[in-house]
Design a protein around this ligand. Structure first.
Ligand code: ADP
Length: 615
């Protein structure tokens, strides 16, 4: 079986076993060296030392025996025999020890010779004893000198030889022990170094087995996390790491497949939505939350004379210089809600060298976190509606004109009749004519307002622009109402505005405020308050007329500025025409301002309009 096919656990186990085996080997080697050393020391201490001691013992015993022989020759036979025998036994004891301990070459021969010669020596001692007894002291003395002494010297010589060879052997053994010890030190060092190297190599191999591929894997995982899915790890082993690498590779492959699938899906979705956008017959634009243009259909391209490919990614204001479009987009971004401009405020754009009116809707598209990330801007051409509207206005204007002269003569005639200059009227006639007169006045009022409106709408009205003090406007507008307010029990107050000035037509602006105060008085009960205030905000002045009256329901708030619109439960229905606010709006817009209402039913209303600051 190949190593790379083994499992990680087995590999680590094998590594450990190898290290353990090497360690055991090193220990075994050291023990072996110790044993060897021990043996060498043993050789010196036990074997040779014993032989040395035996040789010395033999020499000593031999010397004593020799002395005993001399004592014998000089006459003390009994004592001499005792000493001799004692030392004879000693000699034999040592000799046999030496014999038992033959370890060196030549030792046996020496011992054999000593044995032989000692045997002769003993025999010669017997002869000496006989000679002494038979032939007397002198013959015995000669015998000693001639036979025994040389024999004694010879044995002594042999015994010394035995001692020397054993001593030499001891030296040799010591030398060998030294050599062995030295060798043991070196070999143990070498063995230990090898063991350490192998252990380190094993450790390194094992850690590489895990760390290297783990590092590699970590790098690859980071790459994947960064969205770079083209990551493959080479699978060279079949162990756990190899399996992990294999799993990683199949994971990245799956991720890639998944991403591709998603991309395909997204591309399909994108194409679909692009097709939808393109197929819409009204101009349509799509921007992102940074106001960058993402998409526009051919109608929009035509309307703004742009090429989608060239303007893609540009800021909307850079390519479409229509501030109102940008304002509506900004409002959608801020509120996150769909925004519309009313038909009455339709966007005026030039298309095919013709003035066209567009209704505009901006719809936010939100992500999962409910944040706006796209805005769809849809423009609807309502020029035809505007044209109908204009025709209507022209018609109303014409009819009003036509009404004016007969109404004036009718009014005059009724007045004359009522005055009685033509003849006295009875009560009934008087009553009837009074109703006719009131109706005439109402109709006159309506006709006046209609004519005013059509004049402004058609741009016929001439505005006399001047710098005017707001305080002055307030004063002019309030004057006609002081009495009525008092009668109605309503507080009519104008706030302190200092030297604040606006740029406009005093009479027209006063007309607007008068109209607003008139309305406020009409819908505010006794004890209420009507307040006029003005404030500079940026380049504009905001003028507000607030009341604590009955308020306007939400659904009417955007409509009350349209012509003939009146809140349905309006009790003052008979007196109003529903044109006042429409005229006010036209006047304010002719000044380049805006007018709107904030109102809460039962709490009151605040009508606010803006005017420019003096130049
Ligand atoms: P009108 O001539 O009928 O007053 P306007 O255009 O001035 O016409 O007003 C339109 C309608 O708006 C009124 O009929 C009334 O219902 C409502 N309205 C205007 N001003 C106020 C106000 N201050 N408080 C309550 N309702 C108001």
């Amino acid at each position: 079986m190949k190593v790379k096919n083994l499992s990680l656990k087995t590999k680590i186990l094998l590594g450990y076993i190898l290290v353990i085996l090497i360690t055991i080997g090193a220990i075994g080697w050291s023990i072996n060296n110790f044993l060897k050393l021990n043996e060498a020391i043993n050789n010196i201490m036990v074997e040779n030392y014993r032989s040395v001691v035996a040789s010395e013992g033999m020499m000593e015993a031999l010397e004593r025996q020799d002395s005993a022989e001399l004592i014998f020759v000089f006459g003390q036979q009994d004592k001499a025999l005792d000493i001799f025998q004692e030392n004879q036994m000693e000699f034999i004891k040592h000799l046999s020890r030496a014999e038992d301990n033959i370890t060196i070459e030549g030792e046996r021969e020496i011992i054999e010779r000593i044995k032989e010669e000692y045997q002769e020596y003993l025999e010669k001692f017997l002869v000496l004893r006989q000679t002494f007894n038979q032939d007397g002291f002198e013959v015995a003395q000669d015998y000693y000198l001639e036979e025994i002494m040389p024999q004694f010297e010879d044995i002594k010589e042999q015994t010394r030889d035995l001692l020397i060879i054993n001593q030499d052997q001891m030296k040799l053994a010591q030398q060998k022990a030294n050599d062995d010890a030295e060798q043991a030190i070196y070999s143990t060092i070498i063995f230990s170094v090898i063991a350490v190297i192998v252990a380190l190599a094993c450790g390194n191999y094992i850690s590489n087995l895990i760390i290297k591929p783990t590092k590699k894997l970590t790098e690859k995982v980071k790459e994947v996390a960064d969205g770079n899915l083209d990551q493959l790890i080479e699978v060279s082993t079949k162990d756990e790491i190899g399996q992990l690498a294999h799993e990683f590779n199949s994971m990245t492959q799956q991720l890639k497949d998944y991403e591709e699938m998603n991309i395909n899906k997204l591309v399909a979705e994108k194409k679909k939505s692009e097709a939808i956008v393109k197929s819409i017959s009204n101009p349509l634009l799509v921007t992102d939350n940074q106001n960058k243009l993402l998409l526009m259909n051919s109608k929009a391209e035509k309307l703004f004379a742009l090429d989608e490919q060239q303007i893609k990614g540009n800021h909307v204001l850079e390519v479409i210089k229509e501030e109102r479009i940008f304002e509506l987009i900004t409002k959608t971004l801020q509120t996150g809600k769909e925004q519309k401009i009313r038909d009455a405020e339709a966007l005026k754009l030039i298309q095919d060298e013709k003035e066209c009116y567009f209704r505009m809707t901006t719809t936010p598209v939100k992500n999962e976190d409910n944040e706006v990330n796209l805005i769809i801007i849809l423009l609807e051409d309502i020029t035809h509606l505007k044209e109908v509207d204009q025709m209507k206005s022209e018609f109303v204007s014409m009819v009003s004109h036509e009404f004016r002269t007969p109404l004036t003569s009718m009014g005059m005639a009724v007045s004359m009749l009522l005055e009685g200059s033509i003849g006295q009227l009875n009560e009934e006639q008087n009553e009837l004519l009074t109703v006719v007169k009131e109706d005439c006045e109402r109709l006159n009022h309506l006709v006046d307002e209609l004519l005013d409106l059509s004049k402004i709408e058609s741009g016929e009205i001439n505005l006399d622009f001047n710098s005017i003090k707001v305080a002055k406007i307030f004063e002019v507008s309030l004057r006609p109402f002081t009495e009525q307010a008092k009668e109605n029990g309503v507080d009519l107050v104008a706030e302190e505005v200092g030297n604040l000035e606006v740029y406009g037509d005093l009479s027209k602006i006063s007309w607007v405020i008068t109209n607003l105060i008139g309305n406020a008085l009409r819908y505010t009960d006794q004890g209420g308050e009507i307040r006029l205030s003005a404030e500079k905000k940026g380049h504009k002045v905001h003028i507000a007329i607030s009341d604590t009256g009955k308020g306007i329901p939400k659904e009417y708030q955007s409509k009350v500025f349209d012509k003939f619109v009146r809140v349905s439960d309006d009790q003052a229905e008979d007196t109003g025409t529903g044109l006042g606010l429409a005229i006010a709006k036209e006047i304010i817009e002719a000044h380049g301002g805006r007018i709107w209402v904030d109102s809460e039913v039962g709490e009151g209303s605040i009508f606010t309009f803006t005017l420019k600051l003096p130049k």
